[in-house]
Design a protein around this ligand. Structure first.
Ligand SMILES: NC(=O)c1ccc[n+]([C@@H]2O[C@H](COP(=O)([O-])OP(=O)(O)OC[C@H]3O[C@@H](n4cnc5c(N)ncnc54)[C@H](O)[C@@H]3O)[C@@H](O)[C@H]2O)c1
Length: 442
């Protein structure tokens, strides 16, 4: 016989409180592995699940493949028996909580692909036991937890909020950010019944300084997609200003720097060759898709997507203009791209706008090479390149050096001093002193 709701909840809360509850994590990627390390460090025993056997073997060997988790930390946690990983989803019945951190991509028609969330939920459902807490961390549209996951989990007869608990708590990790870590980043938690909310808030409060409770899983889901939409729209706004400044022959960086001196009512966003990563280019489309069910057009999302997606073409056009001003055509011109990661100081090339710029230039006949201290090989769009050493010879040989990602370990003073001409799409050369006649900013 199933214990009463009160007992199940009280039991879970006390196991959370004394940290004897076992945390299961499905998906040991950029979100799941740092989460596992954080919970392990605070004394919870973590059992991580991933269908990628290489990742599982690495975790069990204590070898980290995610920058935000050091091998030293992971190794120590594995040695202490606090973290273990497996590909065997049948072991889900060993855990008291299941945190789902699997990908939520778009399919090729820009529609949400929830197949990973659904597959994970079905695996959880097969092993669901009374008193378990299931929490989705993956970014998704409002309704996923209640409309997709909950019916799958309840199909076996257990009832959410009574026999088990279900919540959504969107991950806010900013890879590479040293100042805001999991611990000091406010965490939104939402669930559609009071018992699930209480269980989820209690769990996250163990390791996170400030948990922000909202009244439903849908509110938590919408909070996260709104945050990423906010970034996408504001980046699009400064990108649009860049396109206008190019026509008006004004320096957009100077204008933005001046604008951001205002101490209130404005916040800094910077232009660039487009938006990349697993969040900003994708997540707003989750909301756009869901809004259609309500006969609602999310016009800001559509416009932001259009402007941000046009930036690689603008960079390619500007490159051609600069070469043409020097009597060169793009076909056969040697271009050295600096940075293919989507963001400074990361080794993550997912959805990087650099890849699209490189595709456009190579497709129009440029002879393309690249340097990225974090990404030794680039294989996309039919290109298969290896990162070149940033030697004087390499810099001098290029007809144009194109800065696409502002990695901090690149010596930009040297780049400007040795290259024939530099197009800087990130203002990475901002700190280079003296006159820079061969430098052109986006
Ligand atoms: N990367 C970020 O910076 C970031 C930030 C905030 C939110 N998110 C969101 O978090 C979610 C996860 O993103 P990520 O970057 O960690 O993805 P990732 O691709 O790095 O990791 C996901 C992992 O899940 C595993 N997986 C997929 N399906 C599985 C299954 N059915 N069973 C077991 N393992 C499975 C994959 O093998 C992979 O290792 C996404 O929804 C993403 O939008 C990511």
């Amino acid at each position: 016989m199933i214990e009463s709701k009160v007992n199940l909840l009280a039991n879970l809360l006390s196991r959370i409180e004394d940290r004897t509850a076992v945390v299961g994590i499905i998906g040991l990627g950029y979100v799941g592995l740092p989460f596992a390390a954080e919970k392990g460090k605070s004394g919870f025993k973590v059992l991580g699940f991933d269908r990628n056997a290489w990742r599982v073997t690495s975790v069990n060997a204590g070898a980290s493949y995610i920058k935000d988790v050091t091998t030293q930390d992971l190794y120590a946690l594995v040695k202490k028996g606090l973290i273990e990983a497996t590909t065997d989803l049948d072991r889900l019945d060993e855990v008291d909580m299941v945190i789902i951190c699997v990908p939520t991509p778009l399919n090729k028609n820009l529609m949400p692909d929830l197949s990973f969330v659904e597959a994970s939920t079905r695996a959880v459902a097969r092993h669901l036991k009374p008193g378990q807490l299931i929490c989705l961390e993956s970014t998704t549209y409002p309704g996923t937890t209640d409309e997709l996951m909950r019916p799958i989990l309840e199909a076996g007869g257990l009832k959410a909020g009574v026999d088990f608990f279900i919540a959504h708590s969107p991950e806010r990790v900013d890879p590479g950010n040293q100042r805001y870590t999991t611990r000091n980043t406010n965490k939104v938690v939402g669930a559609s019944d009071p018992a699930s909310r209480e269980a989820a808030v209690a769990f996250y409060s163990q390791t996170i300084l400030n948990v922000v409770e909202v009244s439903s899983a849908r509110a938590a889901e919408l909070t996260k997609v709104f945050e990423n939409t906010f970034r996408a729209v504001n980046i699009a706004l400064v990108n649009e200003l860049t396109l206008l400044c190019d026509r008006m022959d004004l320096d957009v960086w100077e204008v933005l720097d001046a604008a951001f001196t205002k101490p209130f009512g404005i916040m800094p966003f910077y232009p660039g060759p487009g938006v990349g990563g697993h969040c900003i280019p994708l997540d707003p489309h989750y909301l756009e898709w869901k809004a259609r069910e309500y006969n609602f057009n999310t016009r800001f999302i559509a416009l932001a997507g259009e402007i941000n997606r046009s930036m690689p073409e603008f960079v390619a056009q500007k490159t051609m203009r600069i070469l043409s001003d020097r009597g060169l055509g793009l076909r056969g011109a040697r271009i050295l791209a600096l940075g293919v990661a989507y963001k400074a100081d990361l080794d993550d090339p997912r959805e990087s706008p650099s890849a699209e710029v490189m595709r456009l230039l190579a497709g129009r006949g440029a002879e393309l090479q690249y340097h990225d201290p974090h990404i030794p090989r680039f294989q996309e769009h039919g290109l298969d390149l290896r990162s070149r050493d940033l030697t004087t010879e390499e810099l001098r040989r290029a007809d144009l050096v194109l800065i696409l990602t502002d990695h901090s370990q690149v010596d930009y003073a040297r780049v400007v001093a040795e290259a024939k001409v530099v197009l800087d799409t990130r203002n990475a050369t901002r700190a280079v002193p003296g006159p820079k006649p061969n430098l052109i900013l986006l």
